[in-house]
Design a protein around this ligand. Structure first.
Ligand code: GH3
Ligand code: MG
Ligand code: MG
Ligand code: MG
Length: 291
């Protein structure tokens, strides 16, 4: 994996780009845009930049307008922006910072100053990414946590309520997990949880959200997925979990699935239906899928 941070350089003057690239290319991945429109395109494209160095005076769309556009788009609003500009009055600087830029560097470009200020912002960005990742993931399994699941689900449900679409939810509860702990100890139980989490996440599409919902409970949010597709998928996962451990050690799980009703059903209600289905799966004798 390439863990160099990515910086997007935006300036309509080639010599400025060359000067900035000269001081930054050794330590960072660089992307270059020579106008505002291209900057907005590249800001959304992988690798998503960790920082944007943005010129102000450019034809068509100036840097202030580019900044406003980036800040109003949920997928680019958290990318830090440093203005690098010849507009050097206090008023200009104040204006740029009020637009949400994290720093404001005036031209002529002084390589040592740019390098130092960029370095500081990259460290801050990496720290905030790490904190965000910790806040959204479960430490043991590395899956998303309940908090993230609910946030993501509410926004998917809102989108579907407005524009239509299909969403299914799958709830998974490991059977007799207390016995797994009793038999193999808490650490052994943790190893089983990690193994089950791996099965659940490796078998899924990129757009699915796999979360650890509680102790030995997991939830998968299946976007663009009908109840019959969810049923097929759950059956595959159920079988993979059943065959996960060597013969003689039994780990199975009970599955409940439900599809969002198109009458404005809320996620909480959808989840309660999946939970009820898990309860019925337990009643039926466990290691099965109920809808
Ligand atoms: P059922 O088939 O009815 O679901 O039985 P169960 O034993 O799985 O049911 P229950 O929900 O009562 O027990 C879940 C157990 O999971 C209890 C708890 O000690 C254990 N557990 C919860 N979180 C963790 C964890 O992080 N690690 C380990 N090892 N065990 C955990
Ligand atoms: Mg310019
Ligand atoms: Mg449980
Ligand atoms: Mg259980």
């Amino acid at each position: 994996m390439n863990d160099k941070a990515t910086i997007l350089l935006v300036d309509d003057t080639r010599t400025n780009i060359e000067l900035l690239a000269g001081c930054l290319q050794k330590h960072y991945n660089l992307k270059v845009a020579m106008d505002g429109k291209r900057c907005i395109e590249l800001a959304e494209r992988d690798p998503i930049p960790d920082l944007i160095l943005l010129d102000v005076i450019m034809p068509d769309m100036d840097g202030y307008e580019v900044c406003r556009t980036l800040k109003s788009n949920p997928s680019t609003k958290d990318i830090p922006i440093i203005f690098v500009t010849g507009k050097d009055s206090d008023k200009d600087e104040e204006f740029g910072l009020q637009l949400g830029a994290v720093d404001y560097i005036t031209k002529p470009i002084r390589p040592a100053i740019v390098t130092a200020r960029v370095g500081t912002q990259i460290i801050l960005k990496q720290q905030s990414d790490a904190l965000r990742s910790m806040a959204l993931h479960d430490q043991l399994t590395r899956l998303f946590n309940r908090h993230y699941l609910i946030e993501a689900a509410n926004s998917k449900v809102a989108r579907i309520t407005r524009h239509g679409g299909t969403l299914s939810v799958m709830m998974i509860d490991i059977d007799y997990f207390k016995l797994v702990n009793d038999q193999f100890g808490h650490q052994g139980g943790d190893t089983v949880l990690k193994a089950v989490a791996n099965v659940l996440s490796s078998a899924n599409r990129k757009e699915d959200i796999v979360a650890r919902f509680g102790g030995e409970e997991f939830v998968i949010l299946l976007d663009h997925c009908s109840i019959s597709d969810a049923d097929e998928k759950a059956e595959q996962l159920r079988s993979s979990i059943e065959h996960l451990l060597p013969e003689g050690i039994s780990v199975t799980a009970s599955f409940g699935i439900a599809e969002l009703q198109p009458d404005g059903e809320e996620f909480e209600h959808l989840l309660a239906r999946a939970d009820q289905a898990v309860y019925l799966a337990k009643e039926k004798g466990r290691n099965c899928v109920v809808q």
